[in-house]
Design a protein around this ligand. Sequence first.
Ligand SMILES: Cc1cc2nc3c(=O)[nH]c(=O)nc-3n(C[C@H](O)[C@H](O)[C@H](O)COP(=O)(O)OP(=O)(O)OC[C@H]3O[C@@H](n4cnc5c(N)ncnc54)[C@H](O)[C@@H]3O)c2cc1C
Ligand SMILES: *[C@@H]1O[C@H](CO)[C@@H](O)[C@H](O)[C@H]1NC(C)=O
Length: 378
Amino acid sequence: MDDNRRQHPPPKRVVVCGGGIIGVCTAYFLAKKGAEVTLIERSSIAGAASGKAGAFLALHMCDDGPLSSLARASFGLHCSLAEELDGPQSYGYRPLTTLTISVGESELPSKSSILPSWVDGRVKTGEIIGTTETTAQIHPQLFTHALLAKAVTEYGVQVVTAKVEGIAVEKEGVVVKVDGGGVIGGDAVVLALGPWTSKLPELSSIVRVYGKKVHSVVLEPRDGDAITPHALFATYYPAHGMGPIDSDFFPRPTRDVYICGPSVEVETPDGSESVFPDPESVQILKSVAGIVSSYLAKNNVTVKSEEAGLMPCTDDELPVMGEIPGMKRCYVASGHGYWGILFGPASGVAMAELVLDGHATIVDLDCFSPTRFTAKKV
Ligand SMILES: Cc1cc2nc3c(=O)[nH]c(=O)nc-3n(C[C@H](O)[C@H](O)[C@H](O)COP(=O)(O)OP(=O)(O)OC[C@H]3O[C@@H](n4cnc5c(N)ncnc54)[C@H](O)[C@@H]3O)c2cc1C
Ligand SMILES: *[C@@H]1O[C@H](CO)[C@@H](O)[C@H](O)[C@H]1NC(C)=O
């Protein structure tokens, strides 16, 4: 046995900080591999972006880049988890057909044969960009809760409600300091704090993860039966003034339609409870909905939610997953951007392998390592 191994036997007790999809998937796969896992969340499980996302999943939309293998592995894992956890029933897992459309007051009502009949507004067909083999959806909050429930009941994960305020590497392991002066010890720690990652004092100078705010509405049409499982990526061309606005339509099996809009970088507030939707951004989404479909027009829907969430982003648009430079056995997993729900399961497996076995086999984590930021500074 070499010196390194003698000093550091494989970790047994692992503390995971952050109860979004990345933290919960990491906790699940760590515990499934035999670790004793404590998950710390300051407010509620999947209360931030991980509960507010569209949760659209695509096999192939990250191809031709470093995210391709992560996306493909994770799409497959979502599919097998849906079988294990009764996903269609418990969290609305279902395959979708996916189309692009352009939308504008100057378009004539569409009569294209590839558009579903409820898309009867002023739209022009683009193309089919996903089939039921390559695109799917889940309800992100229900998924995260279902996975955590299994992690707790079958693999003994302990959930603690507390705000993490700092971490310290000690000779015997790692110590997580929480509000109120408490400490939680372990052999290793994984920080999955979403856009709050860089707020932790130990990380602020090492990685920059920032939040991009995205708005969403959920509309329940009076005639919900008419809405077919077709996801739409819409580009709206306003009649005058503003440039084009993108919005994504994801009809859900619960007979409602989730719609989210463009993203804008914002200052990350202290907690997820302080992320509020702007009325104008919500209004634009509702107006576009009415132009796309008469079924989604103002008088034909009940508004079920108006929300905003922060997507955790990095400057090079790649997640940051790996050991924190200069902090043995402290790991970070964040910055998953637009695709965090898709990437959750494979990121969880990769982090569990990295922490427990020393390297990930499911995907190559090298290009996601936090050392890419520290190396640049020198
Ligand atoms: C509107 C919207 C639509 C989206 N649509 C999609 C989509 O269609 N498909 C897709 O794949 N992805 C989508 N995403 C992206 C996806 O939601 C995110 O990438 C993903 O949820 C990030 O997960 P996370 O666990 O890293 O972060 P978060 O969900 O932000 O979770 C971080 C958690 O850490 C907790 N925390 C923070 N600080 C502390 C602390 N000090 N102590 C303890 N706990 C703390 C927070 O309370 C939070 O619960 C969308 C995002 C948004 C906002
Ligand atoms: C509401 O739906 C009805 C059909 O169910 C349709 O005739 C009407 O035009 C819709 N309203 C709007 C404002 O589009």
